[in-house]
Design a protein around this ligand. Structure first.
Ligand code: AP5
Length: 215
């Protein structure tokens, strides 16, 4: 399986990516996770990216394309892969095509998760993440056993700085302006799977697997 997962902020891309990765035993490459790791480690690249991320804007293409290509060089993508949050605009889609062409592979499907903006904003304001193991929770339904504490490692959960309501609204605008054109691009290429992401994570996962297994 060689897959791309696109969708607006908080559609559940990371949640589904972890399930799909385990189901097909493929590599999961999340551009947001890669960037957050750089920010947490205070690398030069992380310092350059942080302002854009805090404002809810895309980091510059040159930065993200090099970063993802570097990650891919050291990732085993032989068995398949799932890109989560990348590509995010037509320039990145072209860069991905070039990379895959060089490797002699093509994409199988692009999964587009979508639901209403009010659902996305509610999910954002309820999201909490573990700074150690990156497990994602939500106070409106997927809460940890003990409030504010990670079930896996006992760390204090945090709220992402870009999950404030006004930043989420900005991220939604950016999605419409810059990422939504990819929906048509991949639809025309015959690769797009439309998935309604408003159900429970298990419902959404079942819909994804059922579509993928139909080929
Ligand atoms: P990134 O981390 O990619 O953020 P995003 O696309 O905005 O997506 P999110 O991580 O916010 O949400 P998600 O869809 O993964 O949802 P999740 O599963 O966590 O990017 C962050 C920033 O990095 C960008 O703004 C940009 O600055 C930069 N960046 C990243 N990639 C870039 C690129 N390619 N180019 C340039 N810049 C880039 O779920 C959300 C919440 O909802 C959770 O609490 C979860 O528990 C809950 N939930 C999930 N599914 C369900 C469900 N079905 N029902 C109820 N609750 C659910």
């Amino acid at each position: 399986m060689r897959l791309v997962l696109i969708g607006p902020p908080n559609a559940g891309k990371g949640t589904q990516a972890r399930k799909i990765e385990a189901h097909y035993d493929i590599a999961h490459v999340s551009s947001g996770d890669i960037l957050r790791k750089h920010v947490a480690d205070a690398t030069v690249l992380g310092q350059r990216a942080q302002g854009y991320m805090d404002r809810g804007e895309l980091v510059p293409d040159d930065l993200i394309i090099d970063l993802v290509n570097d990650t891919l060089e050291s990732t085993d993508i032989e068995k398949g892969f799932l890109f989560d949050g990348y590509p995010r605009n037509p320039v990145q889609a072209e860069a991905l095509d070039d990379f895959l062409l060089e490797k002699g592979v093509t994409l199988d499907k692009v999964i587009y998760l979508h639901t209403d903006d009010d659902v996305l904003i509610r999910r954002a304001t309820g999201r909490r993440i573990c700074p150690i193991c990156s497990t994602v929770y939500n106070i409106f339904g997927f809460a940890p056993k003990v409030e504010g504490v990670c079930d896996r490692d006992g760390a204090q959960l945090i709220q992402r700085s870009d999950d404030k309501e006004e930043t989420v609204k900005r991220r939604l605008e950016i999605f419409e302006e810059q990422t939504a054109p990819l929906v048509e691009f991949y639809e025309l290429a015959g690769l797009l799977l439309h998935i309604d992401a408003s159900g429970t994570p298990d419902d959404v996962f079942d819909a994804v697997i059922s579509e993928l297994d139909q080929g």
